[in-house]
Ligand binder design. Structure first.
Ligand code: NAD
Ligand code: IPM
Ligand code: MN
Length: 357
């Protein structure tokens, strides 16, 4: 029996809806396996701006540091998306917490459940067996370099910057993971154009010498984007920078059928934060139709990575597999063959999961 304190940061939009389900799933796991999980809540994003004026209140950082792990939902609000001049923005909350907690490695597993072969817009024979683990660098790159305006606002700039140690630490994590998988690593960059990418490639080549058992290839990001759809099975571990990783993993979500299926783990040297890769999804917010499985699978990553609870984590994955095998779907993963009576909303999907834990 273990005792763990989990901070839930639902954030905005469907973040609120999906974290409620994953919290219930974790509670059920606690009961089943006899663990004492305690929960607290904190604000971020638009919800935090409304309450405090800040996207990332100090209290959220303090509570995060005092927790054993964080279950994060999403940030974002249409108000800011359509107002480029807004100085305070929900997304600053997420970027800020990643930086404040030193969460430099974002693991995004692209795992296709067999039952969803037909849910993807990619042909089943191309997809079958695809299993990729992305390592997206999360606290550097163009996201965190100096940004600003010149010429009275008529010119804008964002500086992309990487230091050797930033590349080394994420590369090591990716190589270690490749060792436990199929021993293949693809590093994705734009070294034919960008200086940051040339440093990236130099460092990855250097680290590769420490891992002679791992087969390394380098791909330019434009070609990698094409190969992901052409032949996803050629990839095992993919290592890439912050911006490329953001874009490629939304693309790769189609290998798993939907954005609503993609979980992630943001880790560094201290507390881990577990977040679906999707956003606050304004178009479906409040309708009760969001797929909670990306958040639920993020909770499974939390149990495994932060708490070392492999069996408990697998119990969640088995429950997800169970609902899918029994034909239940949220709208985003339904296909022409889906029994209309088995298309569920967020809460009903949660209830089906709980029955199987
Ligand atoms: P999004 O990921 O919110 O949505 C993209 C599309 O996927 C939408 O059609 C949405 O309905 C669908 N979708 C996403 N998650 C789903 C789920 N769980 N179930 C069913 N369908 C799902 O991206 P967007 O529309 O580009 O951005 C909306 C807002 O979210 C923006 O303000 C953006 O800044 C923010 N955002 C936040 C995060 C995050 O918090 N991690 C990630 C991406 C975008
Ligand atoms: C993600 C999101 C974030 C990112 C935004 C909301 C800051 O798109 O988690 O993928 O770009 O990292
Ligand atoms: Mn993204």
């Amino acid at each position: 029996m273990a005792s763990k304190h989990i901070l839930v940061i639902p954030g905005d939009g469907i973040g609120q809806e999906v974290t409620e389900v994953s919290k219930q799933v974790v509670e059920a796991i606690g009961q089943k396996f006899g663990h004492a999980f305690s929960f607290d809540y904190a604000l971020i994003g638009h919800a935090a701006i409304e309450a405090t004026g800040q996207p990332l209140p100090e209290e959220t950082i303090e509570k995060s540091k005092a927790s054993d792990a964080i279950l994060f939902g999403a940030v974002g609000h249409p108000k800011y998306d359509n107002d480029p001049s807004a100085k305070v923005r929900p997304e600053q909350g997420l970027l800020g917490i990643r930086k404040a907690l030193g969460l430099y490695a974002n693991l995004r597993p692209i795992k296709l459940f067999d039952e969803l072969l037909e849910a993807s817009s990619i042909k089943a024979e191309i997809l079958r067996g695809a299993d990729i683990l992305f390592f997206r660098e999360l606290t550097g790159d163009i996201y965190f370099g100096e940004k600003g305006r010149q010429d009275e606002g008529a010119t804008a700039y964002d500086i992309a910057k990487y230091s050797k140690y930033e590349v080394e630490r994420i590369a090591r994590k990716a190589f270690e993971a490749a060792r436990t998988r199929n021993g293949k690593l693809c590093s994705v960059d734009k070294a034919n154009v960008l200086e940051t990418s040339r440093l990236w490639r130099e460092v990855v080549q250097e680290i590769a010498k420490e891992y002679p058992d791992v087969t390394v290839e380098h791909q330019f990001v434009d070609s990698a984007a094409m190969l992901l759809i052409k032949d996803p099975r050629r990839f095992d571990v993919v290592l890439t920078a912050n911006l490329f990783g953001d874009i490629l993993t939304d693309e790769a979500s189609q290998i798993a059928g939907s954005m609503g299926m993609l979980a992630s783990a943001s880790i560094g040297d201290t507390v881990g934060l577990y977040e679906p890769i999707h956003g606050s999804a304004h178009d479906i917010t409040g309708k009760g139709v969001a797929n909670p499985l990306a958040s639920v699978l993020s909770a499974a990553l939390m149990l495994d990575i932060s708490f070392g609870m492999k069996e408990e984590s697998e119990a969640i994955i088995a429950a997800v597999d169970g609902v899918l095998k029994d034909g239940f779907r949220t709208g985003d993963i339904a296909d022409a063959q889906t029994d209309r009576a088995k298309i569920l909303g967020t809460e009903a999907m949660g209830a089906e999961l709980l029955k199987r834990i």
